[in-house]
Design a protein around this ligand. Structure first.
Ligand SMILES: CCCCCCCC(=O)SCCNC(=O)CCNC(=O)[C@H](O)C(C)(C)COP(=O)(O)OP(=O)(O)OC[C@H]1O[C@@H](n2cnc3c(N)ncnc32)[C@H](O)[C@@H]1OP(=O)(O)O
Length: 222
């Protein structure tokens, strides 16, 4: 297992925000490839959780997968993916825990910015279970944190989560869900955001968050 700290990544400027002048067309093409790979790995996670095969077959499958991991390790970044951007204002954060195209742990969340904030439709499977048949509370908080953070930043400024408060009104069933977020008010560098998760019968989780533009960060970058 790879180390969780990446001093060698900082040394070569990988991670963080990285200017990368790969043309957008090439970024789009590569994104489709890594998203396809991550989709198959996501299937693998679901299939692993739900497998009923016998122990001997699972040992053989584990060996096959270990060989695949070795093939992927033949070419690796020295650290996490960070956020990259080019001169055409195309940015990509393929490792992001919630919407990273290359991250099989991400559901992934496809966030749509609209007039009132952001929304996203997501379909959560067995990998996101907490109580039986229900979404893990930490997963709900993670998804809300992300969509509320995107709402606060409005794609034009950097904001970090200061405080996130969640109220779990009832269990959130695995399956199709709708997330929504909107800005309630702003005070100086603080952006107050409301968010929710709903199933077909209505809201299951409500959240309030304070998102803060760090001291020294540009108020808006256009
Ligand atoms: C587009 C991508 C979307 C991604 C969405 C995902 C969002 C995330 O998960 S971000 C990761 C989780 N969050 C973090 O790691 C943040 C860690 N904390 C920090 O970096 C800093 O503490 C930070 C930026 C929140 C505040 O730092 P700093 O700018 O120095 O704040 P500071 O000057 O002390 O305070 C500014 C104001 O914010 C308030 N404040 C500070 N911290 C908090 C807090 N945690 N909660 C609420 N209010 C706070 C202060 O009271 C102050 O208010 P006022 O102006 O009224 O006096």
């Amino acid at each position: 297992m790879m180390s969780r700290r990446f001093p060698e990544a900082a040394a070569v400027g990988v991670g963080g925000f990285v200017r990368d002048d790969t043309p957008t067309e090439q970024v789009d093409r590569r994104e489709a490839v890594v998203a396809s790979l991550a989709g198959t790995v996501r299937d693998l996670v679901d299939a692993t959780i739900r497998t009923t095969l016998g122990d001997a077959e699972l040992h053989r499958i584990r060996d096959d997968l270990a060989a695949v991991v070795d093939r992927l390790r033949a070419g690796q970044l020295p650290g996490p993916a960070g956020i990259r951007y080019n001169s055409e204002r195309r940015s990509w954060n393929w490792g992001n825990a919630v919407m990273g195209a290359a991250n099989a742990l991400a559901p992934p969340l496809d966030v749509v910015h609209d007039a009132s904030g952001c929304h996203a439709d997501v379909d959560l499977g067995a990998a996101y279970e907490g109580p039986p048949g229900l979404v893990h509370g930490g997963v709900s908080a993670m998804l809300l944190d992300h969509i509320m953070g995107e709402t606060a930043s409005a794609m034009r400024r950097t904001t970090f989560t200061g405080t996130l408060t969640t109220r779990y009104r009832r269990g959130t069933p695995l399956g199709p869900l709708r997330l929504e977020a909107s800005i309630v008010r702003e005070e100086g560098r603080k952006v107050f955001v409301a968010g929710s998760i709903a199933d077909a019968d209505g809201v299951t989780v409500e959240a309030e968050g304070v998102f803060i533009q760090p001291a020294g960060a540009p108020a808006a970058d256009g």
